[in-house]
Write a protein that binds this ligand. Structure first.
Ligand code: HMG
Ligand code: MG
Length: 308
């Protein structure tokens, strides 16, 4: 994922707002509101959208209605809807709802993995091996996340060799792409450049993505560092919503508007229509009461301009 290699000068965006964005939001969107949100993202040109997760509703109540959302999604040619699953139980629910693209996740920090999904890293990888087989048999696309790759709020520094080893295991399980998650925005541009250069010595750029959170305001700088070393896929969340509830201080993902604006300003194509995306953000804030932090959204709001 994406299925075809990016064209030179083209960058793929994976929109995670309906999952990562909403999972940490104080407001709860109804199923109809989520569907309107997702339809807006499709209309804005996004082609890979993570629409929710099949996790325990006691821990992440915002995702309790993901099965209903998935059942009511509009099929659009070329659009892949993804759902996050933590275990076999989640996969079974996802398949029953008709999910066709599954994302699995594991942390490179034992403590974060335990707090997030109550398993050791090895237990998670064994579970992923088993569920990946079932997902592939069902014909699903499979994507993996490694979390806390540039540092963990509980354990501090993370050995990047361990991150690469876990990514290797996710590829071996059948993941077509592995997204490296800076779960609490601990990376800096030099660290990103050095680490991702090592990642690209091991894996093709098309098989990797970068999943940045903007906790310390460095997400766009970190995206630029990754772009410079050859990354071509970035996860982002419209309005900069998001965060892992089991990672203290985790702020939202890099805003889709911010990363798209940077890429367009540098001459890259993303397929995303920024004014249409801003219409989605405006609606999220004005109609649904979401808290949006992306710099470009605030700029557009204060100037009333839909375009740069
Ligand atoms: P557990 O308590 O260890 O689960 O939770 P269990 O296997 O012991 O089962 C306990 C009960 O949960 C049982 O029910 C199971 O059926 C049920 P009971 O018999 O007591 O009635 N159960 C489930 N229910 C619904 N959906 C399921 C499921 N699995 C078991 N899938 C579990 C383990 C993973 C479920 C729990 O810890 C959980 O839901 N955690 C939420 C994790 C989460 O969503 N975190 C945020 C997403 S990850 C993220 O944001 C990072 C990322 O963005 C990348 C980055 O930024 O780095 C991806
Ligand atoms: Mg995340």
């Amino acid at each position: 994922m994406p299925a075809s290699s990016p064209q030179p000068n083209a960058i793929s965006i994976v929109e995670v707002g309906p999952r990562d964005g909403l999972q940490n939001e104080r407001i709860r969107l109804s199923v109809d509101q989520k569907l309107a949100f997702i339809d807006g993202l499709v209309a804005a040109g996004l082609r890979d959208i993570e629409v929710g997760s099949f996790v325990h509703p006691k821990w992440i109540p915002q995702m309790a209605d993901t099965a209903t959302v998935v059942r009511r999604l509009t099929n659009v040619d070329g659009v892949r809807y993804w759902a996050l699953v933590p275990n076999q139980r989640g996969l079974e629910a996802a398949l029953e709802a008709g999910v066709q693209n599954v994302a699995v996740f594991v942390s490179s920090s034992e403590t974060h993995n335990r707090k997030n999904i109550n398993r050791s890293i090895d237990e998670s990888l064994a579970e992923i091996d088993a569920l990946a087989g079932a997902a592939r048999t069902a014909g699903c696309g499979l994507r993996g996340y490694v979390s806390t790759v540039f540092g963990c709020p509980y354990e501090g520094a993370i050995d990047f060799e361990r991150v690469l080893g876990i990514a290797e295991r996710l590829f071996a399980a059948g993941c077509g792409q592995v997204s490296l998650g800076d779960t609490t925005g601990m990376g800096s541009p030099k660290q990103v450049r050095d680490s991702l250069t090592r990642a690209l010595e091991r894996f093709d750029a098309q098989k990797l993505a970068l999943h940045l959170h903007d906790t310390r305001g460095l997400a766009v700088a970190n995206a630029l560092a990754a772009l410079d070393v050859g990354f071509t896929t970035f996860d982002s969340s419209v309005g900069g919503m998001g965060g892992c509830p089991y990672a203290p201080g985790a702020a939202g993902n890099v805003g889709t508007e911010d990363i798209v604006n940077m890429l367009h300003a540098m001459g890259y194509a993303t397929g995303v229509d920024l004014p249409k995306l801003l219409a989605v953000s405006r609606r999220l804030e004005a109609d649904f009461g979401a808290t949006l932090n992306s710099a470009y959204f605030r700029y557009a709001k204060s100037t009333g301009r839909p375009t740069p």
